[in-house]
Design a protein around this ligand. Sequence first.
Ligand SMILES: Cc1cc2nc3c(=O)[nH]c(=O)nc-3n(C[C@H](O)[C@H](O)[C@H](O)COP(=O)(O)O)c2cc1C
Length: 389
Amino acid sequence: MLRRSTAPDLNQDGSTALERALAQPMILGLFLPLQSGAWSPSMAPRDTHWGFDYNAECAIRAEELGFDLVFGLAQWLGKGGYGGEMRFREMAMDPLLVTSGLAPITRNILLISTVHILYGWHPVQLAKFAATIDHMSGGRWGLNMVTGYKPSEFHMFGLDDIEHDVRYAMADEFVTLMKRLWSEEENLTYEGPYWSMQDAFVAPKPVRGRPVLVNAGTSPATIDYAARHSDFIFITSPAGADPAAACSALPAHNRKIKLAARALGQEIRTIINPHVICRPTEKEAKQAVRSILDNRDPVAASNFFRSIGGGGGGKLSWSATTEEMWTVGGNVHLVGTPEQIVEWFVRLREAGCDGLQVNFYDFLPDLEYFGKAVLPLMFEAGLRHRPGL
Ligand SMILES: Cc1cc2nc3c(=O)[nH]c(=O)nc-3n(C[C@H](O)[C@H](O)[C@H](O)COP(=O)(O)O)c2cc1C
């Protein structure tokens, strides 16, 4: 049975969800498991489910625990998803619709949705959708604008795939037009290289000027786009899933992104998404990893890895990952006791990451344990302000 968040209303002091996130020493978000199998092509036992009720409970619990944001990725796969016995990610809820459903049952947390803007969207249409969800959520909606990196997705929509940097030029024009539609009080007529509109108008305007803007990736074109438009950029480790290697490579990467933004007079926050496997003892945490690997779906793991990891579709973003890393859960792996996890969080902060967006293997129980055992240590380590402070 779906319930509403019981978190105290943090908006009463006039603060916005974005301001509250930015005021934290380390931004904290949760990846939502909108796709069947979430991040791990493994059949090790778990109750994680792609359905709306399960994801709603994840978002509500994250809010009650004081997280700043939840985020949904979007992917378009054919029959069987990434395949294998588990038909990895065949079931996939649309994050735009899910975040609109989450708006009235949460009250504080940012709801960030991915949208593939090149798969048939027009700036007027998305500007209107965004303003609508922004109102439904009281100014808590965020847009992760992605341009799509899989030719198969373009083909699914009957489109030819588009060269990498052209995609970002299209995205730049798209978001610039949405910003104008969100702010201008007169009809807009425009004829550009990629988009055109005549007497276009969006009302209501978003609650606070514009929704939170986010993008994800690694390439120079992505960083250039992020520097100009985004509040947050979702980053990956340039050195793969090993956290020590990631912490060596991340300072230069984070610096490059922030310098690019500052050169334009902008501030951007970098958010990395570690896969957290935390147990009371290191032995138990390592056993959990072993169980994920021992129960891997080999076909799904191989397809998933080949299409994204190891420099597959993700190119620079996941170039240093291996199939084994990708089976456990993609991105940086943090495995250990609550103390060890928080030590890694501190090191990621020192490496210039402004935020964490955590993935789990089994979302609700792992989130619950995170709230009980890891969050208090984050307060102690100065990574998070205690509620009410
Ligand atoms: C945390 C994170 C989330 C992402 N979410 C999506 C997504 O939901 N859908 C998608 O098509 N691409 C997603 N991407 C891929 C990026 O948009 C981008 O295409 C990819 O990282 C390649 O980077 P590049 O464009 O800089 O080469 C995500 C990337 C990251 C790091």
